[in-house]
Design a protein around this ligand. Structure first.
Ligand code: LLP
Length: 436
């Protein structure tokens, strides 16, 4: 069933499971993921990128959403995984994720993270700061291996997105500037890597931003990188054998609007890369992508129970049993969502008689604890269950226990079956490790 078809019946179903029943069975707030949608995204990437273009790889960005069951699903779909911390690496390895398909990113990697990545034989470490090279060399020498690495560069492209999730400008805290001049951070790092016997510098990495809806930011970045590849080859004899072009594909917030097609992005990127390599006389490097949000966001919804409704002159507040603790994205980025009442999903939208707006808010002790500021939703009362769409990415992974709210459970649904893959935190989980 497509997301759109879910609305034909006015009771919302997800993965062919009735959402009202999910709420009753597992409680709310509840993160619900349709694994059919996740698999379909993985397969779309296979068809439109991996099978269409030679020598390509996809590494799912685990920061968007990673639990052991997700790691297993991604492994089964044959994709790789991008991790950014000891915790993400541990989660992946504990699920049996093949280490050679893992790459480690991160702008401030600790020695322990580098040591673990090397010891566990991850496929690539993406060097973000040149100092990492010495640490990688030390651990790789101890382990008696040659560690494959790439170096992250900032192409100097200001992506069209919220400033907190734009990462490609030259003054970004990520990577080194795309500067091929003698003595630059980049060329010094490349020279130093050559002296490291246990380090194999395979190529370049960039990631300009997240939630991108046009291809300009990508094609401009690829053009900058192509010039850089040419200059590095001519000036230093450095051959870029691999190019990681990051993630960032946008996810639509309204489930009635068709999702972005992966080939919209990948065709533009790959055409620019292939043509550019021909023009510059460069060999086409292995092309790698790291999408997170596009794979997971639209597969996820969050179910909440309405606690109360209060109508004020300018605004009607619908307060639910979760909020910024399970989803801080409005508070951080003014992220937009859509919601429905799950047992009247196609019903008429409620318009307060006083003409005010409707806001869906959480239960945390902050006025900024908003889920949807100006919502279009059916009339609801205390006890009703509502669903927020497109909450699969960066919600569970950015959740907190603010106000000592327990983190909701995660349920995977597909073909009418539902399974808890991460339990709701208990009250004891909340005080674990505390001593008096
Ligand atoms: N690769 C690198 C190096 C990244 O930093 C990121 C995201 C990705 C790939 C995946 O980007 P995606 O395909 O998911 O857009 N918390 C924010 C998003 C932060 C993105 C951080 N980096 C949010 O909730 O919107």
């Amino acid at each position: 069933m497509t997301q759109k078809e879910c609305f034909k019946i006015s009771r919302l179903t997800w993965g062919s499971v009735d959402c009202q029943e999910l709420a009753q069975r597992f409680g709310t707030p509840l993160y619900v993921f349709d694994t059919g949608i996740i698999r379909a995204r993985c397969r779309e990437l296979r068809e439109t990128f991996l099978d269409r273009w030679e020598n390509t790889r996809v590494r799912y960005a685990g920061k968007a959403f990673l639990i052991r069951a997700m790691a297993k699903l991604i492994a089964d779909e044959g994709l790789g995984l991008d991790v950014v911390s000891l915790g993400e690496l541990h989660t992946a390895l504990s699920a049996g994720f093949p280490p050679e398909r893992i790459e480690m990113n991160g702008n401030a990697k600790s020695h322990a993270e580098i040591e673990s990545a090397v010891k566990n034989r991850v496929g690539r470490i993406i060097v973000d700061h040149p100092d990492e090279l010495r640490t990688i060399q030390n651990y790789a020498e101890k382990a008696g291996i040659v560690q494959r690495v790439m170096i992250r560069v900032a192409p100097g492209v200001d992506a069209h997105t919220h400033k907190y999730i734009a990462t490609g400008s030259t003054d970004s805290k990520f990577g080194v500037p795309a500067d091929s001049r003698e003595g630059s951070m980049l060329t010094e790092a490349i020279k130093f890597a050559r002296e490291c016997k246990n380090v194999d510098m395979r190529g370049l990495h960039f990631h300009v931003g997240s939630q991108l809806f046009d291809t300009d930011d990508y094609t401009k970045s690829v053009e900058v990188i192509l010039r850089l590849m040419k200059e590095l080859k001519d000036g230093f004899g450095f051959i870029t054998r691999e190019l990681n072009m990051g993630g960032g594909f946008g996810a639509v917030i309204n489930p009635k609007i068709p999702a972005m097609k992966s080939e919209f992005y990948t065709d533009a990127m790959m055409k620019t890369l292939v043509e550019g390599c021909e023009n510059y006389g460069l060999e086409i490097p292995r092309a790698i992508l790291e999408p997170g949000r596009w794979i997971i966001s639209e597969a996820g919804i969050t179910l909440y129970t309405v606690e109360n409704v209060r109508t004020l002159p300018e605004v009607t507040y619908i307060a639910v049993d979760g909020g910024m603790a399970d989803n801080p994205r409005f508070a951080l980025y003014q992220a937009e969502y859509n919601a429905v009442k799950v047992d009247d999903a196609d019903g008429e939208i409620y318009r307060p008689e006083n003409g005010g707006k409707v806001s869906i808010v959480g239960k945390c002790c902050e006025s900024g604890d908003i889920l949807i500021d100006d919502a279009e939703i059916q009339s609801v009362k205390a006890g009703d269950v509502i669903a927020l769409f497109n909450t699969g990415a960066y919600t569970f992974s950015m959740s907190s226990s603010y106000n000592y709210l327990a983190r909701p459970a995660v349920v995977f649904v597909e073909n009418g079956e539902a399974k808890v893959v991460c339990e709701r935190q208990s009250l004891d989980d909340l005080i674990r490790g505390q001593v008096i």
